[in-house]
Design a protein around this ligand. Structure first.
Ligand SMILES: *Cc1c(COP(=O)(O)O)cnc(C)c1O
Length: 222
């Protein structure tokens, strides 16, 4: 199947409430251009060096999302153009993004990454850590970031009910903190969950943004 056909099939199944991020990490610029020519404008990358190179070379109306672990010392390189950082998992990183955004007079949209899976994952806040962060008042001072919602990854498993329950946990956590901390903010509206293997379950559970790579571009060449 061509990249265009893959995109069209996925789009035809998605409700209008869910945005498709085409995860293009490890794929060459030519593959991204095929997706671009099929109308895709939002791409997700997980490595700063690769992202910066692609951003410089590809059309300027692409929205770049960062979905991988972001080291504080690399924030500076993506701050000028990044549209959404999905993977914010520490106060230190939020402060660094805020600092760089202030320097270049931008407000950078971010998602809080939550650890929802049963399996060990290296990154993401626990739900309690995240509630603590939202309650301690420190975020209010970070005027150059805008928290748009949450992101999470389910356990890599064949057990659909486990995946479903993890996605529901993220969805209800989102509703919970929206009510408590963002009730007057219409832009707090992103639940980023669902990848190639589990996006239908994520959409069922209320995902508003899915991050799909291999189903569009084929297997990654590591
Ligand atoms: C690689 C990646 C994806 C896409 O994974 P696929 O299984 O190829 O769809 C989504 N989200 C994150 C955070 C990733 O690192």
């Amino acid at each position: 199947m061509s990249i265009r056909a893959n995109l069209e099939r996925i789009r035809s199944e998605l409700p209008s409430t869910a945005t498709l991020v085409a995860v293009s990490k490890f794929h060459p610029k030519e593959a991204l251009m095929e997706a671009y020519e099929a109308g895709q404008r939002i791409f997700g990358e997980s490595r700063v060096q690769e992202l910066v190179e692609k951003q410089a070379a590809l059309p300027k109306d692409i929205e770049w999302h960062f979905i991988g672990h972001l080291q504080t010392n690399k924030v500076k390189q993506v701050a000028p153009f990044i549209s959404l950082i999905h993977s914010v998992d520490s106060l230190k990183l939020l402060q660094e993004i805020n600092k760089e955004a202030e320097r270049i007079n931008r407000i950078i949209p971010c998602l809080l990454q939550l650890h929802i899976a049963q399996e060990e994952q290296k990154f993401g806040f626990s739900l309690d850590e995240c509630r603590g962060l939202l309650s301690n008042g420190l975020l209010i001072n970070l005027k150059h970031i805008r928290i748009r919602g949450v992101m999470g990854m389910a356990t890599l498993t064949d057990n659909d009910s486990m995946i479903q329950s993890e996605f529901k946990t993220l969805q209800s956590f989102f509703e919970d903190i929206k009510e408590t901390h963002y009730s007057s903010d219409p832009l707090f509206n992103v639940v980023s969950m669902g990848m190639s293997d589990d996006y239908p379950l994520a959409v069922q559970a209320g995902s508003t943004m899915i991050r799909v790579g291999s189903l569009i571009f084929g297997d990654r060449q590591y």
